[in-house]
Design a protein around this ligand. Structure first.
Ligand code: ITT
Ligand code: NA
Length: 206
């Protein structure tokens, strides 16, 4: 069977496809339904935005839809960009625009943890990825929701070329690796998205 994931983000699609394949499920996304208009994400929280996206897609398609709203909270920036992570460098910003803006802002305030990695890159600030998932069933109007996080540190240089978004700048001190250096399997085992998905599946089994 196929699960509709209410996203246009190819990085998210790949991670959900990898995780759900093990459960014998395929994934379709909003990239397969260009006729569905862009969904305004005007919620104040990740959870609110996930509900907005899941409901819009589920109502438009008449089948259950899973949405993911996620982002990066950077301690030295008081938790920004948070729910604005996708449009941090402006409407239509690319991942590389957003990463460049993050380094610019952190450098602008002189953020540093005063530590270096063996390769000479500097640790700038503690940070956290957050993922809110909402599964909406248009037949009942009900939501099942879950959240996950992963803690890390923003570095002044990229490490790895896996993942997407802010991954190249997100270092995992607990693993001594960048999150973009992990395989999909490894990332899914520790990531905000992986944790949220595990929690959602537990709720669905109850
Ligand atoms: P959809 O709304 O269509 O799902 P989006 O990319 O706009 O796609 P969000 O509004 O949830 O999604 O924004 C998420 C932001 O956080 C975006 O900038 C991502 O690159 C970033 N992000 C989310 N998960 C990430 C991950 O696992 N690794 C790195 N960056 C991530
Ligand atoms: Na979005």
């Amino acid at each position: 069977s196929v699960i509709v994931v209410a996203t246009k983000n190819k990085g998210k699609v790949k991670e959900f496809a990898h995780a759900l394949e093990k459960l014998g499920k395929g994934v379709s996304s909003l990239l397969d339904y260009p006729e569905i208009p862009d969904i305004p994400e005007d919620g104040d929280t990740f959870a609110a935005n996930a509900r907005i996206k899941a409901k819009a897609a589920g109502d438009a398609l008449g089948v259950p839809a899973l949405a993911d709203d996620s982002g990066l909270r950077v301690e030295a920036l008081g938790g920004r960009p948070g729910v604005y992570s996708a449009r941090y460098a402006g409407e239509g910003a690319t991942d590389s625009d957003n990463n460049a803006k993050l380094l610019r802002e952190l450098s602008g305030i002189g953020a540093t943890l005063g530590e270096e990695l063996p390769d000479g890159s500097k640790l700038l600030s503690r940070a956290q990825f957050v993922c809110a998932l909402a599964l909406y069933d248009p037949a009942t109007g009900e939501f099942v929701e879950a959240e996950g996080t992963v803690d890390g540190v923003i570095t002044d240089r990229p490490h790895g070329d896996g993942g997407f978004g802010y991954d190249p700048l997100f270092w995992l001190p607990q693993l001594g690796r960048g999150i973009a250096e992990l395989t999909k399997e490894e990332k899914g085992a520790i990531s905000h998205r992986g944790e949220a998905l595990k929690a959602l599946l537990v709720k669905l089994e109850r």
